[in-house]
Write a protein that binds this ligand. Structure first.
Ligand code: BGC
Length: 272
């Protein structure tokens, strides 16, 4: 049964959209409709804050009765955003957690978007109970990556920004799903790029499992089976909702001082 003590709200700020929902953390399922607005052009802090507020208003979350987790597409360390690949440069070195807490008038849990998606998949999804090294990658506007070892998150892995050999661009620019849209790539061309990327990750890190998230993971049948790897590669169970679920899970864990359920306690505070 879902009680107030097992619910939290997750908001996932992405380069293209800002999505939120109320989540049941007993089951790892959305309890409300998913509310989505476009990320404001330029993604400056004030505009992103206003968009987050509108998502919360639509969800009817007007007080701090339930914990709130906010995920952001940048390195997050001690509440500060330290990078800005798909948002305004203003976020670099910005006290983002405090900014959202002041602007929303409440406490939040604040973390990197791929990291929280990794937590969601480790607790409720494709990486549940997985031993060894799990690499979750999200293929969207950017490439987000989360590294979990025996269920413990090693935060702020930025493996989408690995540089390609002898090329000016990094893997994110070449391999994210946004490259498919921007360059109108067909599946075989994109799969060839993914093959280079995942082979490189496999060589560098010898993972035990790859989990692939992001909106495009709903079409995973069309590309994951075509990759030739020694490591199993599976779609994220929660696809594009993993960021919402994981940020809600960490917000609840922060508020109750409990672990995030199968994910070690010491990760809970690493990013906030
Ligand atoms: C950012 C990451 C983020 C990813 C997915 C990248 O450009 O550097 O922090 O996780 O995009 O949003």
């Amino acid at each position: 049964m879902t009680t107030k003590a097992t619910r939290a709200v997750g908001v996932d700020i992405g380069g293209t959209g800002i999505k939120g929902a109320l989540v049941d953390l007993q089951e790892g399922k959305l309890l409300s409709d998913r509310v989505k607005v476009k990320t404001p052009a330029g993604a400056e802090p004030d505009d992103v804050l206003a968009a987050v507020r509108s998502v919360l208003d639509t969800l009817g979350v007007t007080d701090d009765a339930v914990p709130l987790g906010v995920a952001f597409p940048a390195i997050v360390k001690n509440g500060r955003t330290l990078s800005a690949a798909n948002v305004a440069d203003t976020w670099i070195g910005f006290e983002a957690e405090k900014f959202f807490e002041d602007g929303l008038g409440r406490e939040i849990h604040f973390a990197n978007d791929a990291d929280v998606a990794g937590v969601a998949e480790a607790r409720y999804g494709a990486a549940r109970g997985a031993d060894g090294l799990v690499l979750l990658t999200t293929l969207g506007t950017g490439i987000g990556t989360a590294m979990l070892h025996n269920g413990i998150l090693i935060p702020n892995a930025e493996l989408g920004h690995l540089q390609r050999a002898n090329e000016a661009s990094d893997f994110e620019a070449w391999t994210a799903y946004s490259a498919v849209e921007r360059e109108r790539l067909d599946w075989p061309t994109w799969v060839a790029r993914l093959q280079v990327y995942y082979s490189h990750l496999e060589f560098l890190l010898s993972p035990d499992l790859f989990v692939v998230g992001g909106g495009v993971s709903k079409h995973s049948d069309e590309f994951l089976p075509l990759l030739k790897l020694n490591t199993p590669i599976v779609p994220a169970v929660h696809r594009n909702n993993a960021g919402i679920i994981g940020s809600a899970a960490l917000a609840l864990a922060q508020e109750t001082g409990t672990d995030a359920g199968g994910v070690a306690q010491d990760l809970v505070d690493t990013t906030s």
